[in-house]
Design a protein around this ligand. Structure first.
Ligand SMILES: *Cc1c(COP(=O)(O)O)cnc(C)c1O
Length: 468
């Protein structure tokens, strides 16, 4: 399997290994496979017999191609989805909440959010690849949400990888802060920045703009545009589909709490590979960039509002470029022009493509407010005794509105309620029961390095702390 960039189709195709370590293409585009493999119904039926790791190997292998020997890939995948890492044998078990509403649990990994499913695989495969190429890497990122602990849990103790994460001093929940801060392995560096999240992100960009520094310290990223993450996510859509329908071939709608568009993009690719998904329903919060896009065709960057579902608080959705590329019949020149226009004007009018996105491809969207999510958390608790987190509530809110749909809906549980105790208390008057390993999380020793909010302080920190 070879890869091309969404902004330059003429370039020599890249291998999976190259795509894995470079994240973004040199021309600024995102990597996509040259073709999507196709799976027929007969093969899908046979997948029902596979364990999660076996299914993951079968699917991911299609995207890795000859880049990595099969036995090595199998070992990496088995390690990523072992019982030590995910707290259920099924890895992403699905339960039926109502007659036609199913919930797939994507949050049984170490950080209690769906990002573990991709990040665990990414950590192991990157370590393998760095070892093979005798390289090291410094992962530099910024996040106010679940990415920090998912990435650090996946990368801790990996000798060729260092992780430097910028987080805003204010803005993370106490639980999220303690989750990241209590990871004390030598290769993990949590930087606390006295400024908002946007500034953290700008600082990461600024450091990356110093190409010499970037090169010297092997600066890279593990954000959701990394193809290694997307391909690992395709697996649970197939697994969730097979757990929700009676017969392979029956249609299913999926509802996905969305921010950067990484999760649902994997669902879209699964559909292109032949999985009989009907609608791909994007659920947003008050930050409605994606909802506006799929309702009107206007893709417009907006100022971010802080909400009770912080991991969906985005001003633009980076992974959308991959869908756009396909909808432009993979015309890289047009895609590049449109993305540059978006960068300059902060908006592009795609209304001429909207019919294709919604009608042909099957995208649909809806949004929720804080009150909608609180109400949804209450309703689900009353009806099923299950405590859901505010991101999952954004999805289930949309599902409950469409309860009379004739086709079953599969909703994604993207985080555990425990991560967002305050919102749960607001909705239900009590906190969710914590899993054992998190009982005294906030009283554990934490380590944050307090760094001035300027790029040179961050570079100095890296110079002083990271061996290359
Ligand atoms: C990251 C995240 C999302 C958004 O996923 P995208 O891939 O960015 O669309 C939703 N819910 C939770 C809990 C998350 O951590």
């Amino acid at each position: 399997m070879n890869y091309i960039s969404t902004r330059d189709k003429q370039a020599t195709p890249y291998t999976f290994s190259e795509v894995l370590l470079s994240g973004l293409a040199k021309d600024g585009g995102l990597f996509v496979p040259e073709i999507y493999p196709y799976i027929d119904f007969e093969t899908l039926r046979q997948y029902k017999e596979l364990t999660y790791s076996q299914l993951a190997f079968t699917i991911i292998e299609m995207f890795v191609g000859n880049s990595i020997p099969k036995d090595d890939l199998k070992t990496i995948i088995n390690k990523s989805y072992s019982h030590n890492t995910f707290k259920d044998k099924a890895v992403t078990p699905t339960k039926q909440l109502y007659k036609n509403i199913f919930l797939q649990d994507l949050s049984l990994g170490p950080s209690l959010a769906f990002k573990d499913l991709a990040m665990q695989f990414l950590g192991n495969i990157m370590e393998y690849e760095l070892e093979r190429q005798d390289k090291t890497m410094t992962i530099l990122g910024a996040s106010s949400g679940d990415t920090v602990s998912a990435a650090e849990e996946a990368m801790k103790s990996k000798s060729r990888i260092n992780v430097v994460m910028l987080t805003p001093k204010l803005g993370m929940s106490d639980f999220q802060k303690a989750q990241a801060g209590s990871i004390l392995e030598d290769n993990i560096f949590n930087l606390s920045i006295d400024g908002p999240f946007d500034q953290c992100q700008d600082l990461v960009k600024e450091v990356n703009n110093d190409l010499e520094f970037k090169h010297t310290y092997h600066i890279s990223a593990v954000n959701s545009i990394n193809w290694g993450r997307i391909c690992a996510q395709i697996v649970y859509y197939i697994n969730g589909y097979l757990s929700s329908v009676n017969e392979v071939g029956e249609p299913l709608d999926v509802i996905v709490p969305s921010g950067n568009f990484g999760n649902i993009l994997a669902g879209y690719i699964a559909k292109q590979m032949g999985l009989p998904l009907r609608k791909l329903i994007v659920a947003t919060n008050e930050n409605k960039v994606l909802d506006t896009l799929f309702k009107t065709g206007l893709y417009k960057q907006e100022a971010v509002t802080t909400t009770s579902s912080p991991s969906m608080d985005i001003s633009k959705a980076s992974n959308f470029e991959r869908l756009l590329f396909d909808c432009l019949d993979r015309d890289a020149k047009k895609c590049s022009q449109l993305m540059k226009e978006f960068q300059n004007k902060k908006q592009i009018d795609l209304s001429n493509l909207n019919n294709q996105l919604t009608h042909n491809v099957g995208f649909q969207s809806d949004s929720s407010t804080h009150i909608d999510r609180i109400t949804c958390i209450k309703t689900i608790y009353k009806d099923t005794k299950l405590m859901i987190d505010p991101h999952t509530a954004a999805g289930l809110h949309v599902a409950l509105k469409n309860k009379d749909s004739d086709i079953p809906m599969l909703c994604m549980e993207t985080a555990k309620a425990t991560k967002f105790e305050n919102t749960i208390k607001e909705a239900l008057g009590k906190a969710p029961k914590r899993p054992k390993q998190f009982k005294n999380l906030e009283s554990k020793k934490q380590r944050f390095y307090h760094i001035n909010a300027d790029a040179s302080s961050i570079k100095t920190f890296i110079k002083e702390n990271i061996n290359i």
